[in-house]
Write a protein that binds this ligand. Structure first.
Ligand SMILES: Cc1ncc(COP(=O)(O)O)c(C=O)c1O
Length: 307
């Protein structure tokens, strides 16, 4: 299957042409900020829907603000760039994209000029439908006073990389990271939710987590207003993980990924929990636009667009 082209600084180029100089801060220090986005193909509508672009752009700019650089693109330019990356590739299937702003100067204090690329890939599957086995990592989540995980910069992800490599070496699928105070933070690229005694619980945004768009989508809309389930945001202790009835990761990339065991403690009956399944079904139907509610969350990337 052919690789999709990359949108880089205004044009679609092949993977081989999308290169960065080795002496750039982007390559050497991973001085970049990025967003991971998904777009879903809806066969009945003959349309590709990118999910919650406006919210991704807000966070993208917050990340750049914290990393002290800017890009010469308005939000309208960003919408157009995402549309071109999808319709220009004639992608008619689910796609995951990285939207990346990078710094070209050298040195730790490099701030400009900044370039931009969008790398669309055919939807990689994160997890089997049957769920994943997690461990609690001995690597601690980087704290907000070190490298704030609230922002999405490539450099942050070495923390999750170490935790993932350790988890895999120990025979697990994915780690769960604890914050400096020993409370549950999140996964390496996903927010964490559990079900205890019938209640959905997730860590607060002060637990060194990314301010996840999927997490907000579930807390503010899908759980309470579509499914009638309230979500409690509070600190989660490690041992609560071992007696949880259900748990899942959520994120643009992970979507809703069920967790079936933690540190080899089986959750519930070891299968995908019933609340997790209901949330996953509702989420997948809304992001694809099968469920037509929340049209403001879906940006059509084909209709009315000439590339
Ligand atoms: C560390 C981390 N936490 C959580 C998430 C989920 O965030 P979102 O729902 O905005 O994709 C991601 C994914 O981008 C992430 O990298």
């Amino acid at each position: 299957m052919k690789d999709l082209k990359i949108w880089m600084n205004g044009k679609l180029v092949s993977q081989a042409e999308a290169v960065l100089p080795v002496n750039s801060a982007a390559v050497f220090y991973a001085t970049n900020v990025f967003e991971g986005l998904r777009a879903y193909w809806n066969e009945a509508d003959d349309e590709m829907y990118a999910f919650r672009l406006a919210e991704h752009f807000v966070r993208f700019r917050e990340s750049m603000r914290m990393m002290r650089f800017t890009i010469p693109y308005s939000d309208v330019d960003l919408y157009q760039a995402v549309r071109e990356a999808l319709s220009g590739n004639e992608a008619r299937e689910d796609v995951h994209m990285h939207l990346v702003a990078y710094v070209l100067g050298t040195g730790l204090d490099a701030t400009s000029p900044a370039g931009l690329y969008i790398n669309p890939r055919r939807r990689p599957r994160v997890a089997e439908d049957s769920g994943i086995r997690c461990c609690v990592s001995s690597w601690q989540r980087t704290s907000d006073n070190a490298i704030p995980i609230r922002l999405k910069s490539g450099s942050n992800y070495q923390n999750g990389r170490l935790a993932t490599l350790q988890a895999k070496a120990d025979g697990y699928d994915q780690p769960i990271l604890l914050d400096q105070r020993g409370h549950v933070a999140e996964g390496t690229g996903a927010s964490f939710f559990m079900v205890r005694k019938g209640k959905l619980v997730t860590s607060p945004i002060t637990s060194d987590i990314l301010e996840s768009i999927t997490r907000t989508t579930l807390i503010e809309e899908i759980c309470p207003n579509v499914l009638g389930m309230d979500v409690v945001e509070r600190e989660i202790d490690r041992t609560e993980l071992y007696v949880a009835d259900e748990a899942f990761f959520c994120g643009s990339g992970y979507e809703i990924t069920p967790i079936v065991s933690i540190d080899k403690f089986q959750l519930g009956d070891g299968g995908v929990g019933s609340m997790t399944q209901r949330i996953r079904t509702a989420y997948m139907s809304i992001v694809r636009g099968v469920d037509k509610r929340y049209p403001e969350w879906r940006t059509a990337t084909y209709k009315g667009v000439r590339v």
